[in-house]
Ligand binder design. Structure first.
Ligand code: GDP
Ligand code: MG
Length: 321
């Protein structure tokens, strides 16, 4: 029961939803997923992102302050796609965190496949790291620790410094220099290995030349998440199929990809009510972002098992959704 196309699209070629999802057929062992980047100010988050994706980190969206998971960068390698998110406010000392912020931080961590904790490895672990470690320990999410600024570390001290972080938790440690690029390729490889098997979540060239479409997709995904909670996992993908500059307004056709018919049912809702809610929420955000009226038409497409196998889930310690 997909909605029919609105007048705005009459006379235009109607996209075939399958063809419209511009995600290349990935190799069978391709992995994809969400990586939360966590780190205190000045540990080198921005430097690392720039090192990893260079100028491609073009997305500085106005969504930034309103979301608990902010899209920072998309890294596509021949074997994996990592969607890097940051979780604002998550690395604050306990006494500064209100109950709601803690809840939000927990939720944010719960929505990702892997957490990358970036620390300044030229300094020993401090008491401030305890809070975030505690928070992460409560989640059953794989955590990797990048010991940044390795270029500043005296080789004689390296062992003791690393040990101070090893004492915090039993997570893989990766010495890197975000500034010089040392160790970053190995870091990406290690993160990718902990992602579930799955195809591209975004077009392979997403961040480089389609920042606006990516942002649109993220705004839709955000609405899906905020209105459905656990019934629909964070693994929905959104494809922006068509953007038409229709006079004063922008008309957008988009497809939300889910794994199961039941999820499609949830997203459509009674008499299409959920789809309307999601669409309207996303449209309002888009109108803010693009400073003008937006017409948004959403399709839901089921692609069974496209994302992750039950076995892999169990292996990662996730409960069923
Ligand atoms: P953020 O606040 O976590 O985003 O940190 P930034 O990326 O802004 O980096 C903070 C400072 O640390 C800047 O002066 C960077 O140049 C410096 N920095 C970041 N990574 C490295 C590194 O690997 N080695 C050295 N020596 N300095 C770094
Ligand atoms: Mg920064």
């Amino acid at each position: 029961m997909e909605p029919s196309h609105p007048p705005a699209f009459q006379g235009l070629p109607i996209p075939d939803p399958a063809a419209a999802i511009r995600m290349p057929e990935p190799p069978e062992d391709f992995r994809s997923g969400f990586v939360a980047l966590i780190g205190r100010p000045n540990v080198g988050k921005s430097t690392l992102l720039n090192q990893l994706v260079g100028e491609k980190v073009a997305i500085t969206s106005p969504v930034a302050q309103t979301t608990r998971n902010r899209l920072r960068a998309i890294l596509t390698t021949p074997t994996a796609q990592l969607v890097l998110l940051d979780t604002p406010g998550i690395h604050k000392p306990h006494h500064l965190l209100g109950e709601r912020l803690v809840q939000s931080a927990r939720g944010a961590i719960g929505e990702v496949d892997v957490v990358l904790l970036l620390v300044d490895g030229s300094e020993p672990a401090g008491r401030g790291d305890g809070f975030i470690v505690e928070l992460l320990r409560q989640r059953q999410v794989p955590v990797h620790v990048a010991l940044n600024k390795n270029d500043l570390v005296d080789p004689d001290q390296a062992g003791a410094l690393a040990q101070s972080y090893r004492d915090l938790a039993d997570w893989p440690l990766h010495p890197v220099s975000a500034l010089q690029g040392d160790g970053t390729a190995e870091l990406v490889e290690a993160l990718a290995a902990d992602l579930p098997l799955g195809p591209h979540l975004y077009p392979a060239d997403a961040v480089s030349d389609q920042p606006e479409e990516l942002l649109m997709a993220e705004l839709i995904r955000e609405q899906v998440l905020s209105h459905t909670r656990e019934e629909v996992p964070h693994s929905v993908a959104v494809s922006i199929d068509r953007v038409v500059d229709d006079g004063p307004r922008t008309a957008i056709l988009a497809t939300v990809l889910v794994e199961r018919a039941s999820q499609k049912g949830i997203l459509i809702g009674k008499g299409g009510s959920m789809l309307r809610t999601i669409g309207q929420g996303a449209r309002l955000q888009m109108e803010k972002v693009f400073s003008g009226p937006v017409y948004l038409e959403l399709f839901i497409k089921v692609v069974p098992g496209w994302r992750r196998s039950a076995a892999r889930l169990a292996e990662l310690g996730y409960r069923g959704d």
